[in-house]
Design a protein around this ligand. Structure first.
Ligand SMILES: [Zn+2]
Length: 287
């Protein structure tokens, strides 16, 4: 089974954009069970639009099986829901319950810049008191904090609270030096927590360029494995949230080529299955 831990498809559908990356056509071409975490992104230019994006997305999700608990048996592709940017809570804890009831199970605490919860990778603000309250309520509800985009200060404050760390779409900074990527210290913390790192396909976070190939993900995979993270790796493509692509990486069919690359690179068939989906399923799909 293939799992993709991050795509921004709901906003693209809402704005009637063309060339959707996570399309049913691409998913069907995989000929494998498939799970996508769809993120409702808080667009700073349209801060009041996000609830409408979520409702519109929920109303057109009939081709998917929405997962809010253990994975049900289904022939349809699976969908899970995330919110990207804690500012969507508008400093109101009850809005966490509101989103939980709608089926949202992941919250990316911060996006770029600062918000009421903490600081993004391009800031120095740590986890705020409201951010801590949000984390506590998320724990009670059974929601997962997504630490992609967080700066190290915010990241390690969350790490201190215990629990599995989850970074849905971030790469290794030792391979590609960008603040959106994870330092070795962060990667070790995720591994130690038995958490998950989903690798991002956006070329500037993969190889620092504006293009490349899916092979460019391999150094990230090898590096994280060298730190002991073979059971912590996953994929979080960032499709429909990016405008630059690796060759073959512009829609969900990339999983087929990536599987071939991993097989050719000497990973065991179990490790290939782990990275492409099973690690995530084993750790996060039994709320
Ligand atoms: Zn993102």
């Amino acid at each position: 089974m293939f799992c993709d831990l991050h795509a921004d498809t709901p906003t693209r559908l809402f704005t009637k954009a063309e060339n959707i990356g996570v399309s049913l056509e691409a998913i069907r071409s995989l000929k494998e069970p498939f799970l996508q975490i769809f993120a409702i992104w808080q667009d700073p230019k349209h801060p009041d639009r996000s609830d409408a994006v979520l409702d519109a997305f929920l109303s057109c999700l009939s081709d998917f099986c929405l997962v809010t608990d253990v994975l049900p048996t289904s022939n349809s592709p699976y969908a899970m829901l995330a919110i990207e940017g804690g500012d969507m809570l508008r400093k109101d804890l009850s809005r966490l319950d509101f989103y939980f009831q709608k089926g949202v199970r992941f919250l990316t605490l911060v996006w770029n810049g600062e918000n009421d919860l903490g600081g993004g990778h391009d800031t120095t603000l740590g986890l705020t008191a409201f951010g801590k309250a949000v984390l506590n309520r998320m724990q009670e509800l059974g929601m997962v904090a997504d630490l992609s985009h967080a700066n190290e200060k915010t990241f390690f404050s969350v790490a201190e609270q215990g629990g599995r760390l989850f970074c849905s779409h971030s790469n290794a900074r030792a391979i590609c030096n960008h603040t959106r990527n994870l330092t070795d210290e962060q990667i070790r913390a995720v591994i130690q927590s038995d958490g998950i790192i989903g690798l991002n396909l956006y070329p500037p976070f993969v190889n620092g360029k504006t293009d490349g190939t899916l092979w460019d993900l391999l150094p990230h995979i090898e590096h994280i494995c060298s730190l002991g993270g073979a059971k912590n790796l996953a994929i979080g493509s960032d499709l429909d949230g990016i405008d630059l692509f690796l060759k073959g990486g512009s829609n969900s069919s990339f999983f087929l080529e990536l599987r071939e690359i991993l097989e050719k690179s000497g990973f065991s068939s179990q490790t290939v299955r782990d990275i492409l989906g099973e690690n995530f399923l084993n750790k996060f799909c039994n709320f």
